[in-house]
Ligand binder design. Sequence first.
Ligand SMILES: [Ca+2]
Ligand SMILES: [Ca+2]
Length: 165
Amino acid sequence: MNKKGSTIKRIAAIAGCTMLLAVGAGTAMAQTNPAAAKPVTQVDLDNQRSPEVKVNSGFNLGKDNTYVLDTKYADVNGDGVRDHVLLVGYKEGLRMDIPSKDFRIVLRDGDTKQQLIGPKSKAETAVKPYLWIGDYNGDGVKDVRLTLPQDAKGQQVKQEWYTFN
Ligand SMILES: [Ca+2]
Ligand SMILES: [Ca+2]
């Protein structure tokens, strides 16, 4: 069962451990809204949301109150078929602006439809965590960056990177 693309792992080369980044007050708003963080001149196909899975819908992970906190729709295992990348976590209720925890990346393979549950994030908690797709280790296959604002103002964030191939 260890075919290529059957695991989710953090990228040790650039994130041996969770990084804690201090963000200046002036950029705090941009950090809480990734779409506003850079000027968009063309449609970023990798950073659209999954057409299949709704943000803030419940997610069955053997525990109540696990929700989908963000989604992306991009090919992250390099087989040419776009995959559904989900960020799931535990929070007490439907509000999105409350602290959440127990974060995991879930990959729904666009080709095989198999679902892989990633390891639990090292971050204890976050407010409105989000995903961003890019080739962070430069191997030609897209990876996932998980950004975890440590409070509602987003002045401190933790970041983790995940690979799928
Ligand atoms: Ca794929
Ligand atoms: Ca990569």
